[in-house]
Design a protein. Structure first.
Length: 91
């Protein structure tokens, strides 16, 4: 299955991370993006100047590496999450 990078996909990825207890922040700067633990709180930081594909790739990389609570996700979100994990999508 081929997924196209769309603002809707970006929003779905943000929702999956949010429901699993991770904050997504868009910041400006000279960095690639990633995730960290800051004062017992997971934060995924995305470079706000990245093109849509770069933002999505940053969130996909975080989803692949972080412990995601699938039981709090809707059926549609679970399906998307499992597709991402199985296919290791890159945009």
């Amino acid at each position: 299955m081929v997924m196209k990078p769309t603002p809707s996909l970006l929003e779905k990825l943000e929702n999956i991370l949010g429901k699993s207890g991770f904050k997504v922040r868009y910041e400006k700067g000279n960095f690639k993006g990633g995730y960290c633990l800051l004062e017992k709180e997971y934060i995924v930081v995305v470079n706000k100047f990245f093109p849509l594909e770069g933002k999505i790739n940053t969130l996909v990389e975080a989803l692949e590496a972080l412990p995601i609570s699938t039981e709090v996700l809707t059926a549609e979100e679970q399906k998307l999450f499992h597709q991402l994990r199985q296919q290791k999508l890159k945009f």
